[in-house]
Design a protein around this ligand. Structure first.
Ligand code: DGL
Length: 271
């Protein structure tokens, strides 16, 4: 598959990027998609910028070998730490999730007080804060790193009282700041959306950067005249560097029952 029919490559450290796959699948239903989850090396959120860049480069090389026409970094950590460099290094169009998330949050806040939950590395990068303030300098941004949430989500504990306790502990200091908007600044967190929503109630709007990312991707493909003109059943392929079960489990919940997909493992260190 080449040219406009070539697939879109989406990647994350694990299952989190499937929340982005879901939005791309819904909003660009004609596109072929290849997803890669780095399940052997998750989490990325506590790794150094050099390591995250090295991992991201390997995945990009793998996706390039698969002949993708565009790449979505469905990981806030890799978007914050590696997107700038990758943009310079490759000729394919590539986009991350941080900018779309910041744009949405700046639009939806009413009182100008925005909370951010994300990995250590994303918070440390300061990228959300920089982008939000460049969009609207008057915004106040309160960030909280939530390192325990990714392993809990990867373990499938999305509806568990222990996870709720952890969420409460992390959110307490943000709630004291009177935020009206909370950015789920890690693509794993929308899998906790129900729990977060129940706990926060209606006073806080949850921002899922995945939706705006899918729309940005759509705009980008249109501008570059790269949309897939075929109207047949698109091809969906899922890869992981280690266990693929968690990914398959979520994919089955996202795709309609009769929709075919393939899944397999890849020795990503070889790229
Ligand atoms: N889902 C990723 C993110 O959006 C990475 C989480 C992790 O691996 O720590 O940041």
């Amino acid at each position: 598959m080449t040219g406009n029919k070539a697939p879109i490559g989406i990647f994350d450290s694990g299952i989190g990027g499937l929340t982005v796959f879901r939005e791309v699948f819904r909003n660009l239903p004609g596109e072929n998609i290849i997803y890669f989850g780095d399940t052997a090396r998750v989490p990325y959120g506590n790794k150094s910028p050099e390591t995250v860049l090295r991992y991201s480069r390997q995945i990009v090389r793998f996706l390039e070998k698969q002949g993708v026409k565009a790449i979505v970094i469905a990981c806030n950590t890799a978007s914050a730490l590696a997107l700038d460099r990758l943009e310079q290094e490759i000729s394919l169009p590539i986009l991350g999730v941080v900018k779309p998330g910041a744009v949405t949050a700046a639009e939806v806040t009413v009182n100008g007080r925005i909370g951010l939950i994300a990995t250590e590395s994303t918070v440390k990068s300061g990228l959300y804060e920089t982008l939000l303030k460049s969009l609207k300098p008057e915004l106040s941004v309160f960030s909280k790193a939530c390192p325990l949430l990714v392993p809990l989500v990867e373990a499938g504990w999305v509806d568990d009282p222990i996870t709720l306790e952890v969420v409460k502990r992390y959110l307490a200091e943000l709630l004291e700041k009177d935020i009206d908007t909370l950015i789920m600044g890690c693509t794993h967190y929308p899998l906790l959306r129900k729990m977060l929503k129940n706990y926060l109630g209606d006073a806080v709007t949850l921002v899922n950067p995945a939706y705006e990312t899918a729309l940005s991707l759509k705009r980008m493909l249109e501008e570059l005249h790269l949309e897939n003109p075929e109207s047949g059943q698109p091809e969906y392929r899922f890869y992981a560097s280690d266990s693929i079960e968690g990914i398959e489990h979520i994919v089955k919940a996202i795709l309609p029952e009769d929709m075919p997909f393939t899944a397999g493992t890849v020795a990503i260190e070889e790229y």
